[in-house]
Ligand binder design. Structure first.
Ligand SMILES: *Cc1c(COP(=O)(O)O)cnc(C)c1O
Length: 477
């Protein structure tokens, strides 16, 4: 086979197709066999040769296509595409820091190191190193959670949805749970309080109206079947105008009179007052406990900045009951979650370093000047790659926290605004551009607003900039 064969556009017949055996013995295939293994190569090659035979019968096969290098290259491409991991890293330039579809919180180095260690060496997951006896995996983080929230006890499950399900089933099965109509939230991706309630075996008792709920509404709904009063954080919406809700402290007073617990699904759940870093103020988990919450549930991978997890903190007797529920076993976390969670929680012991060490907080508090300078550096590179069809400019924009945390608050930010430079409506062209950016080696995900594709700099790390700029020369058409 010579080089000229590779350019030979004359027709070939089925008899020109090399045999499977000859191909497998060739030099070209040795690399493939060593990389992908015999069974994968064989199966790809068999179906590829079938395709070539079909082409030959249709008179569509060219001589160059039956050369060994051409066939091996085709198989190489197929297998590379086939074996590429489906879970890929992307650039999150949407401006939403805790983007649920892009995996929410990015973990700090301390957590990454702990996960790597737990992946590659045995750990004392359920082994008490003091006594040599069996341990409880929750013990690894319970002390830290109590220290940081002021709660008596704590436990952890797979995510906050699981925490709510478990809590409701353990404390409210076959009984009634009173919730304000203004708090019957739906979190994106099919988490609705009424549905979870039903699956947990609890009967939802709605009180008040969408915009106004009074203390007396809770009071009147209480009866011998009542299991608890529950408060749910309005994560992804805000009720404003003529509205009223009952403070947790007041709910707790009512509940105590009837010897009932008050539980709070806090959603994001912050451990420290974020207003000290210029972010919107939210009641912390500790404040919820102080105001009388008997159980608080919250996510590990929202504002907390840790791995996906559902944390339950509160009264020792109730946590004990929750931990005894069979669902706890079904919803428990694995060692990787615990490995990542402990160092993230530990960072909260030194608030003075938090904005530097906790990735989520670092991104949320990133200096505007820093994002502006980065946008200026990247503008010519992106403009050059896109050519005259699009106009790329540095633009002030707004980021969001995301994951339902503080839905009405936005953070001033900087980024690149990509506008269609041709005539006519830009919509279709912007969608096409979005698709092209998703086709980059490491896909770039932006967001379309105001007839432009915006690339928010907030979540683009300095250490990622080289990788980001290098790939624009390969932008698909
Ligand atoms: C986000 C959220 C949940 C679900 O938490 P996950 O950790 O995503 O399972 C439940 N309730 C509220 C109020 C939330 O904001």
């Amino acid at each position: 086979m010579s080089v000229s064969d590779l350019q030979d556009n004359t027709p070939a017949s089925a008899t020109d197709i090399p045999s499977l055996d000859r191909l497998l013995k060739s030099q070209d295939f040795q690399l493939l066999l060593n990389t992908f293994g015999r069974s994968q190569v064989l199966s790809a090659l068999r179906s590829y040769l079938d395709t070539l035979r079909v082409q030959a019968r249709a008179g569509e096969l060219m001589r160059w296509a039956v050369s060994t290098p051409a066939i091996s290259q085709a198989i190489h491409q197929q297998l590379t595409a086939l074996t590429r991991p489906r879970l890929q890293t992307v650039f999150n330039l949407t401006g939403t820091v805790l983007h649920t579809n892009l995996g929410r919180a990015l973990l700090p180095d301390a957590a990454v190191q702990a996960v790597v260690s737990a992946l590659t060496a045995p750990v004392n997951l359920e082994f008490d190193l003091d006594t040599g006896g069996r341990g409880d995996r929750d013990d690894l983080i319970e002390g830290l959670l109590c220290e940081l929230t002021g709660a008596e006890a704590a436990t952890v499950v797979n995510n906050n949805a699981a925490a709510v399900l478990l809590m409701l089933n353990a404390l409210g099965n076959r009984r009634e749970v009173i919730v304000s109509r203004g708090e019957l939230v739906e979190i994106g991706g099919a988490f609705r309080i009424p549905d979870i309630m039903q699956r947990a075996g609890a009967r939802l008792v709605e009180v008040g109206t969408t915009n106004r709920t009074h203390a007396a509404d809770y009071e009147h709904a209480i009866n011998p079947r009542t299991a608890m009063l529950m408060k749910v954080h309005c994560s992804n919406y805000a009720i404003t105008g003529f509205s009223k809700s009952v403070d947790l402290a007041d709910m707790a007073t009512i509940a105590q009179r009837h010897q009932l617990p008050v539980t709070v699904d806090l959603g994001s759940g912050t451990l420290l007052d974020l207003s000290q870093w210029g972010l919107p103020r939210e009641a912390t988990v500790r404040e919820n406990i102080q105001q009388g919450a008997d159980i608080v549930t919250f996510s590990g991978d929202k504002l907390l900045g840790g791995p996906q997890a559902g944390l339950l903190v509160g009264r020792a007797d109730l946590i004990k009951k929750i931990k005894k529920n069979p669902l706890k076993r079904a919803l428990r976390v694995g060692k990787l979650t615990l490995a990542a969670l402990e160092p993230v929680l530990a960072l909260y012991r030194a608030p003075e370093f938090l904005a530097e060490r906790l990735t989520t907080l670092r991104l949320l508090t990133r200096a505007q000047t820093d994002m502006y300078a980065q946008a200026l550096r990247l503008q010519p590179i992106v403009q050059n790659a896109l050519g005259v069809g699009y106009r790329v400019q540095v633009q002030a924009m707004f980021s969001q926290i995301g994951s339902g945390a503080m839905p009405v608050d936005v953070l001033p930010s900087y980024g690149l605004q990509l506008c269609y430079a041709g005539s006519g409506r830009p919509g279709r062209h912007l969608l096409q551009l979005e698709t092209r950016l998703r086709g980059l080696a490491r896909p770039v995900i932006g967001r379309i607003t105001d007839d432009a594709l915006c690339l928010d700099m907030r979540c683009l790390g300095h250490d990622e900039e080289t990788e980001f700029t290098a790939q624009w020369t390969e932008l698909p058409q």
